[in-house]
Structures are given as C-alpha cells and as structure tokens.
Design a protein around this ligand. Structure first.
Ligand code: ATP
Ligand code: MG
Length: 398
C-alpha cells in the first residue's frame, strides 16, 4: 500500500506572482528523483502543501526528500476521516511507532484546524485525543513542555496525523535560478560551493582541470566521485574534465613563478567561461573564501574576476573552514575530499605566491603569454563529459 508524505515548502511560499512556477518546478524535481530509480509517485499540491504518495520504502523516500532543494520539512502522515474515532486510530498507530522506536512515554498533541466548520476547536481536539490515547496505552503521560514525541493533527479536507517532522534542505528548487558552471577541484571547498548554489536554484555543470601525467588517474576518479556525491542535491550533474597540462606548462615557462597560481586560476576561469557559454551557463562558481590561502586575497579575486565577463559566484567567501567542513560532511563529500591525491594547483604552486597583484600589470603579462589563447580554446574543445543522474549514478559519458 502507498504511504503518504506531507511536504512543507519554505521560501517558495514567499513568492507572489510566480509562486505557481516555483511550485511546479519543485514538483517536477521531486518526481524526477523518484523516476530516476523507477519509483512511481503521485503528488498533489494544495494550499502550498505537497501530498506525496509512493510505495517506496521509508528510508529511501526520506533520503530523497532530505536532499531536494526547495523542501523545508517533511513527515510521513496518515490520511483519515475527520471524526474522533478515526483520528484516534491514526494517533494510536503513530504513538506505537514512536514507542517501537524506543521513544520515551511523554507526549503531546499539536492540532491545526484549517476546516473551520468542525465542531471542536484545536484545544478541545488535543484534549479529547490526549485523554483517549492515555486510556488506550498504559504508561503514557502528557507533557506539553518536554514531550518525547509530538503527534501532529491537521484538519483540512481530510485529517492528517503525523509526527517527527524531518528537516529538508530549504532553499529554492534547482532550475529556478538558471545555470551555473562550478569549478570543481578535488578539495573540500568547491563541492560545498556547488551545493550552496544548487540550493539557490542553479542547475550545475561542473568543470575540472586535470594535468596528466602530473596528476594521477586516482585524482580524476576522486573528482568523478565528488560529482556523484553532489548529484542528489543538484538534481543530477554533468562533469566536464578538461586537459590542462599544455596551458599549465606554457604558463609555468612564461610567467614569474610567484604569479603562477594567479595566472593558472585566471586561465581556468577563461576556459570555464568558454565552456559555460557553449552550455548556456550564466555564471561561474568557485569555492574561494577570503584570505583562506595566498591566492584568495581581495586583490587576487579582483584579478580573476576581471579575466572573465561572466559573474563569478563565491558562496563561501565569508565562511571559515569549520563552517565549510560542516556542510561538506552533511552532503557526504568530506571523506572523499580528504583523500590524498594531489591536484594540479598544489603540484605547481610556488613557494612564495604573489598575494597583492597589480591587476593592470598582471593582465598585460597574461595577455603576452604566447599561444595561450589557442591552447585555452583547444582545452575547452577537448573537454570530456560525464553525466550523473539525481542519485549519483553515471548515465553517460564521451
Ligand atoms: P578546494 O578545497 O575547493 O580545492 P582550495 O582551498 O584548495 O579549494 P584553491 O586550490 O585555491 O583552493 O582553489 C580555489 C578554487 O578554484 C576552488 O575552490 C575551485 O573552485 C577552483 N579550482 C582550483 N583547482 C581546480 C581544478 N583543478 N579544477 C577546477 N577548479 C579548480
Ligand atoms: Mg583545491
């Protein structure tokens, strides 16, 4: 038999004229996540509330709903007639489930009465149901201040009984904000940056620069796994892998060593921009955080910003490492990120990097690197593509 789930939205409910568009998009995103594993769903939206019916097992539904941006909270619910007997039966089943999970005996009811034609008010419903539940299960106690579990009853066109509101991701549905290209390294930061922008509604394409033979196959495999880990909260993701060796070697011969990281980063941004335009992405996203490393000073960011025309989003710019790690653990990228395979930036990074570049001066130096324009275009043309569905399963590549 199908289970019913109640889904609550947050920020979408603040939308005015185009709220229906956001609601429809979220519904499509949820449906696609179920369809990607061949599961059937029925979703109806009423007064900003989503009612989802599916036969898929509870733990898998929960994992899907917890990682889909646009959802604020969700609960497994029982849908019953609005009379006290039916509400009590559903409450009893709900209480037994809580106790079966090892919950303590103190409970309370929280009742919301949307249907104003009903004979009792919220308080009366809570009192009646509470008394009936106490009579039915020996040992239970009402505790309105410190309950071990809360049974929620909503009286709308039907009665809905549920407990345990589980937190969702919040934010906006993926796709509502356009498309962005995420510069994905093998580190801790960039997957988190991608997650935060997906949560603001961007559909992501990730781009990774690798430098064989200086970087290994393991290092590339790690990035593929990072993209797969990120895919659920992005509704699926495409990863482009760009061969960067020729650009990196050309730069390391042409520019002063302290400025190498700066120019490598600008070069990546330029190639990312070429790929972004081909794929109709309107912004670049990086995992930079102000002052975290020598190449992430205000002046360095000003330099990389001016090297491209597209807006650069840096959602981690004001965060410290602890906050970033907290997110990385939550999305499951942290353990992959800390694997030891070297990235091209660390291999080519100078001992004393330039931290306060003069933008105009460095810009001239970059423009003077012979043949770089052609190498960047070639690198963009040689990008290899891998696609992951909304469960991180690879569904196609070059
Ligand atoms: P991360 O933990 O994301 O690797 P980091 O602290 O190591 O970040 P840097 O190496 O300075 O910082 O990189 C800053 C940003 O530049 C990264 O967050 C990422 O967006 C981008 N970047 C760096 N290296 C690569 C790469 N090889 N491919 C794609 N993007 C990269
Ligand atoms: Mg890095």
């Amino acid at each position: 038999m199908a289970n019913l789930w109640l889904i609550k939205i947050g920020e979408i409910s603040l939308k005015k004229g185009n709220r229906a568009y956001f609601e429809r998009l979220l519904k499509e995103n949820i449906k696609r996540r179920f369809a990607d594993i061949g599961a059937q769903t029925q979703i109806t939206i009423r007064s900003g509330r989503y009612y989802l019916e599916t036969e898929l097992e509870e733990s898998r539904v929960s994992a899907i709903l917890a990682s889909t941006p646009g959802i604020n909270a969700f609960s497994r619910a029982r849908k019953v007639k609005k009379n006290l007997d039916a509400l009590l039966d559903a409450s009893l089943e709900t209480a037994r489930e809580c106790l079966g999970r090892g919950s303590g005996m103190r409970f309370k009811f929280e009742v919301r009465r949307v249907d104003k034609s009903l004979p009792l008010n919220c308080y009366d419903y809570a009192r009646e149901l509470g008394a009936m539940l106490l009579g039915a299960v020996p040992g239970l106690k009402v505790d309105v201040h410190n309950p071990d579990f809360v049974i929620r009853v909503e009286l709308r066109e039907w009665g809905y009984v549920y407990e345990d509101q589980r937190p969702g991701t919040g934010g906006l549905p993926v796709g509502s904000g356009g498309r962005g290209m995420l510069l994905l390294s093998g580190g801790i930061d960039s997957p988190v940056a991608g997650y935060l922008m997906a949560r603001r509604g961007l559909t992501l394409t990730a781009i990774h620069f690798h430098t064989p033979p200086y970087t290994s196959g393991e290092s590339h495999d790690k990035v593929l796994r990072l993209a797969a880990a990120l895919a659920p909260c992005c509704g699926g993701i495409t990863l482009l892998t760009v061969p960067f060796t020729d650009c990196q070697v050309r730069l390391s011969r042409a520019v002063d060593t302290p400025a190498l990281t700066l120019h490598s980063r600008a070069c990546m941004m330029r190639i990312a921009e070429l790929c972004a335009r081909q794929r109709r992405c309107g912004a670049l996203i990086t995992g930079e955080s102000l002052g975290q490393v020598a190449s992430q000073t205000l002046e360095s960011m000003a330099y990389t910003d001016q090297s491209v025309a597209l807006p650069v989003f840096r959602p981690l710019v004001g965060m410290d490492k602890e906050q970033i790690i907290h997110y990385a653990r939550a999305i499951g990228s942290y353990d992959i990120s800390i694997e030891p395979f070297a990235d091209c930036c660390s291999l080519f990074s100078p001992e004393n990097p330039l931290t306060r570049p003069n933008v105009a001066e460095q810009r001239e130096k970059f423009a003077a690197v012979e043949g770089l324009e052609a190498l960047m275009a070639e690198a963009a043309g040689n990008a290899a593509e891998a696609r992951f569905n909304s469960h991180g399963v690879k569904i196609g590549d070059d």
